[in-house]
Design a binder for this molecule. Structure first.
Ligand code: UDP
Ligand code: MG
Length: 321
């Protein structure tokens, strides 16, 4: 019989990716540790330094020397948040694992609520944002549009207004470890694995310090990753568009032929010809582009490169050499 960790004391790993967070490290860890010590659990905080170019690593090392619960994974370069998070999840050992942003946008106070939901028997407790302070109208509406669209076409629904901040049971972590995909669209992955999920609500605060590393170009690529990883509709739809256009063309051809047979050849038609050529040319290129997105991803995947590379570890028993 496995030990029932939900009723006895349990171990908790917090995973936090950090990219240029020198001004947030100290405050974040102080707040987090204050919350974690109140819970009756063994906790570890896994900080993943994702190739920061500022003083983040030194600040982390100073904290590591003060608190034995802190562990550090130093990646060899910036791999992006999703992969930094994957690294942290791979190294985590707790009965529950909690990924959390290190800029204090995800309130650590919520961890208590999450743990009590987990004790009730849920395997994933995700945090849903009630309001999003400090985000522009444009960002909020594009985000909402993105979720509507992806939920319309993806097989597993992705809850709107959630980030990566959630509590995840060890069983779910083991399931996630089996997914080898390069495109780590974590929100999609979390929902794809299933298990018993529930949510707790919170108000999202603006960043404590520094600025978001997600510009619109990065968000756009992130959205494409989301679509291509969790739906084949964008690539399948082209055959339907092709069929429809071919069918309409056939009808149009029949009309034209009967017109020529009954009324003779009429030469003018430059405008309509140009429209048809340009329109179909455009459609062709879009179709090719979508195909390219998928082929490119297949190419990246078949190279089977590791998702991230670790330069140094602090606080882990695992040896790198
Ligand atoms: N982050 C990271 N690698 C990156 C970009 C961001 O590890 O390349 C971390 C960052 O330090 C923070 C979290 O991911 O802890 C969320 O990043 P950010 O605040 O920039 O995103 P937003 O909150 O705007 O979605
Ligand atoms: Mg943030």
């Amino acid at each position: 019989m496995p030990r029932d960790s939900r009723t006895s004391t349990f171990s908790l790993s917090v995973v936090t990716p950090m990219y240029n967070e020198e001004e947030n490290v100290d405050l974040f860890l102080t707040k987090l540790i204050a919350i974690l010590t109140k819970l009756t659990c063994d906790y570890t905080i896994i900080c993943v330094n994702d190739g920061s170019t500022d003083n983040t690593l030194n600040k982390l090392l100073a904290q590591y020397k003060k608190n034995s619960s802190i562990k550090i994974i130093n990646l060899s370069r910036n791999f992006g948040k999703e992969k930094a998070l994957t690294a942290g999840l791979d190294f985590s050992q707790g009965d529950v694992v909690i990924p959390i942003d290190s800029d204090l946008q995800d309130p650590p106070e919520l961890i208590q609520d999450m743990v009590s939901q987990w004790k009730k028997g849920f395997d994933v407790v995700y945090a849903t944002r009630r309001i999003r302070h400090g985000e522009s109208w444009f960002k909020r509406s594009t985000a909402s549009f993105f979720y509507k669209l992806i939920n319309a076409i993806s097989e597993t629904p992705i809850p709107e207004n959630t980030g990566d901040f959630r509590l995840i049971d060890k069983r779910v972590i083991n399931a996630i470890r089996q997914l080898p995909e390069e495109a780590r669209f974590m929100k999609g992955i979390f929902s794809w694995v299933g298990f018993k999920q529930t949510s707790v609500m919170y108000d999202r605060q603006p960043r404590n310090s520094g600025k978001t590393s997600w510009n619109y170009w990065r968000l756009w690529n992130f959205a494409i990753d989301g679509f291509t990883s969790f739906s084949h509709l964008p690539i399948k739809i082209w055959s339907y568009i092709g069929f429809t256009i071919s069918f309409l063309s056939l009808i149009y051809a029949l009309i034209l032929v009967s017109y020529v047979l009954t009324k003779g050849i009429k030469v003018p038609g430059y405008a309509s010809l140009m429209v048809v050529i340009l329109f179909l040319g455009g459609i062709n290129l879009i179709g090719l582009g979508v195909l390219g997105e998928y082929v490119g991803r297949i190419f990246i995947q078949v190279k089977r490169r590791p998702l991230y590379l670790v330069r140094e570890l602090w606080g882990f028993e695992r040896d790198l050499s």
